[in-house]
Design a protein around this ligand. Structure first.
Ligand code: AMP
Ligand code: TRP
Length: 393
């Protein structure tokens, strides 16, 4: 049995295919050549390549591909769930879903190592607890597929500084006068372009704040296709109509974010239910006293309505308005809190089971193998097209 990072057993190669190696180390020659034709290019001392190969063949043929990632900076919150994670889950039956944990992106700002490690584990467990199924989706850690970083550098060399200067996330941090911002934070949209383009996805489901980065990714892809011939598929961002920007409960002019200073404006998926309920009951509203979807004049109420609607299969706002006509904010907030707590309870129940099962390592190993079977040949193609490799005749 060949193991990878304590991962699953290698399942073997069908007899009729040309193989490399013998006994437990037999691999299909074609896959090895496609994925590992660089010196020293073994992935984690032997990943289940054949499984990966089957996966990519099976899922590629009929399905459109989707890819997205979440930074494990801090705990995942309701905004991540509504704007991104729950959408990944609902897409995984219809699309080939690649969902990774962007652990390279989170070190663009300083991290406490022990805390980061805990967040990483929680992030994977929450992906699964929220309903991502490793049999349908490819789930992996960005650093387990080293091709991301290498293509990231290549992308960086094809991104203009003017483009990076226009990225609002960096501009916002700069405008806040934050000192010692890292070079990684500045160039991270190029790495994000690599994360995406290396898999040729059709769609990239993200919340509103990431749309600009996907648009830059498209520009880089078009630029490189024009320069080197058709290398990349041009992906489309997919931003949900409702819930793409869940706002802070204490300040509905700011998005709900992991870096909430007071912690009161952000509901973490692992908040205990009492805390979550208290945060919703204390959410900032207004003095108008009517439940109406009017983001401009009643941003706090509109935000709670978005949360309620998103967690109830995108229930129309008019229906919610009708249900609460003549009722006060107390009743309305209680209904939102009930819905949120119901969802959190379900997620947390599964989260506890997943942590106890010890399955995370296996899921990541399998996911990395599947991802690498796609990423390695793509990087090779790009490097050849650019002229970076010596090709023997
Ligand atoms: P991040 O936590 O920045 O890695 O974001 C991961 C995903 O969640 C991205 O697709 C974001 O656009 C989405 N997201 C983050 N915050 C929110 C929010 N407040 N509302 C909706 N989506 C969000
Ligand atoms: N930058 C994204 C965020 O901060 C996370 C991310 C990294 C991502 N690579 C990606 C999202 C590729 C979609 C596709 O939320």
């Amino acid at each position: 049995m060949v193991k990878c990072r304590c991962g699953p057993a290698y399942s073997g190669v069908p007899e009729h295919l040309p193989v490399i190696g013998s006994g437990e180390n037999r691999y299909p020659a074609k896959v090895i050549q496609q994925t590992l034709n660089k010196p020293g290019g073994t992935a984690h001392s032997g990943v289940p390549f054949w499984d990966a190969f089957l996966f990519t063949r099976r899922r590629n043929q009929s399905m459109k591909r989707m890819l997205s990632g979440i930074k494990p900076t801090g705990q995942l919150h309701l905004g991540n769930y509504i704007g991104a994670l729950s959408k990944f889950v609902s897409y995984q039956d219809e699309y080939e879903m690649i969902a990774f944990i962007a652990n390279l992106h989170c070190i663009t700002v300083p991290q406490d190592p022990a805390e980061l490690q805990k967040n990483l584990q929680d992030c994977v467990a929450l992906y699964l607890a929220c309903g991502l199924d490793p049999k349908k989706s490819t789930i992996f850690l960005q650093t387990d597929v080293k091709e991301h970083a290498q293509l990231g550098y290549i992308m960086c060399c094809h991104t203009y500084m003017g483009e990076l200067n226009r990225m609002t996330q960096f501009k916002d941090k700069q405008a806040h006068g934050e000192k010692n911002l890292s070079g990684g934070l500045y160039t991270y949209p190029s790495l994000m372009a690599a994360d995406i383009l290396i898999y040729d996805p059709d769609y990239v489901p993200v919340g509103e704040d990431q749309k600009q980065h996907v648009e830059l990714t498209r520009d880089i892809a078009i630029r490189m296709n024009n320069r080197y011939g058709r290398l990349f598929k041009i992906p489309e961002p997919l931003v949900p109509k409702v819930g793409a920007r869940i706002m802070s409960l204490t300040d509905p002019s700011k998005k709900m974010s992991k870096s909430d200073e007071t912690n009161k404006g952000c509901i973490y998926l692992l908040d205990d239910l009492k805390t979550a309920r208290k945060k919703i009951m204390g959410a900032k509203t207004d003095s108008l006293g009517i439940i109406k979807y009017d983001p401009e004049n009643q941003p706090g109420v509109a935000n709670l309505m978005q949360i309620l609607s998103s967690l109830s299969d995108n229930r129309p706002m008019a229906e919610i308005e009708a249900e609460f006509a003549g009722k006060g904010y107390g009743d309305f907030k209680r209904a939102v809190a009930d819905k949120v707590c119901e969802e959190l309870e379900m997620i947390q129940g599964r989260y506890n089971e997943i942590i106890a099962s010890g399955m995370i390592e296996d899921v990541l190993n399998e996911g990395a193998a599947k991802a690498r079977a796609l990423a390695a040949p793509k990087l090779e193609t790009v490097q050849r097209a650019i002229g970076m490799e010596i090709i023997s005749k």
